[in-house]
Design a protein around this ligand. Structure first.
Ligand code: ADP
Length: 257
């Protein structure tokens, strides 16, 4: 409680954030940014004020999904987040770099310091929900997020392979050790949706998700197929225009927090 209070006090002085939700994964490339962006858009469509803090410093992909490549303004109040067409506020290292294709070759403490600054120095103003695209894995930077940003809970995104290995359980155990509630699991890319007939094909056989969910006692919040229509929207930087409701249950759970 005391910790939470001091974390809240560290928030940028011109900002007030009601709920903070982390989107985590045991490893990269499983669709964590994709799920973060989808949740943000769905909440925004419901009329909430939403921001996305891209804490995936070495693999930032949020701005591109929304077609944003402008440099963020920095003024005497702090870093000013960019806004998507629909009004979602974004802060990402890619909005601060001189060239968005320059790699960030920084050691752990610098990465961690940047993530902290996205909480303390970004002028988020009033938000109902701040979604955090967490750095993947269980290293230095995710640890900093857990220790410096007051998360209300995390959503764990996994690929079918992670469910077989220990990766999901590692992500789950990290949150548990840090006393952060796990809101639930989202399985991504376990099936593919035919763009012509809409039929879903399970690429890896029957899902392991129900078994893992029972084992660790965490809800299933959704299953996302590989959807070529969504991939195309990502590539065009028009992700905000998607029209699928794969994560409706996850949104409902977040609204109840
Ligand atoms: P992570 O944040 O876990 O590293 P991303 O969200 O960047 O992963 O996803 C990796 C790539 O796969 C991105 O190009 C993303 O647009 C694409 N992708 C993820 N999930 C889906 C999906 N369900 N359908 C289509 N493309 C997807």
């Amino acid at each position: 409680e005391q910790n939470r209070k001091s974390m809240m006090e560290a928030l940028n002085q011109y900002s007030s954030v009601k709920h903070v939700i982390g989107v985590a994964s045991g490893k990269g490339g499983v669709g964590k940014s994709f799920v973060t962006a989808m949740l943000a858009v769905l909440l925004n469509r419901k009329g909430y004020k939403v921001g996305i803090l891209d804490a995936d410093i070495t693999g930032p992909s949020i701005p591109k999904m929304f077609g944003i490549s402008k440099r963020a303004e920095i003024n005497e109040l702090g870093f000013i987040p960019e806004r998507t067409a629909g009004g979602i506020k974004l802060m990402s290292i890619n909005l601060l770099l001189e060239q968005e294709d320059m790699p960030v070759i920084w050691r752990g403490p610098i990465l961690a310091g940047t993530v902290k600054q996205f909480w303390t120095d970004v002028v988020w103003e009033d938000l109902d929900y701040l979604l955090i695209d967490m750095p993947p894995g269980t290293g230095d930077v995710p640890l900093t997020v857990f220790q410096s940003i007051p998360l209300d809970g995390i959503v764990i995104v996994s690929s079918p392979q992670d469910l077989v290995s220990m990766i999901v359980r590692k992500a789950y155990n990290m949150a548990k050790q840090m006393d952060i509630p796990v809101l639930g699991l989202v399985e991504n890319m376990s099936s593919v949706k035919c763009p012509d007939c809409g039929k879903e094909i399970n690429l890896f056989g029957e899902s392991k998700l129900p078994a893992i969910s029972r084992e660790i006692g965490v809800d299933i919040l959704g299953r996302l197929p590989i959807d070529p229509k969504l991939a195309e929207l990502v590539d065009k930087g028009e992700f905000e225009r998607f029209s699928s409701e794969y994560l409706a249950d996850a949104v409902e759970k977040i609204e109840k927090l």
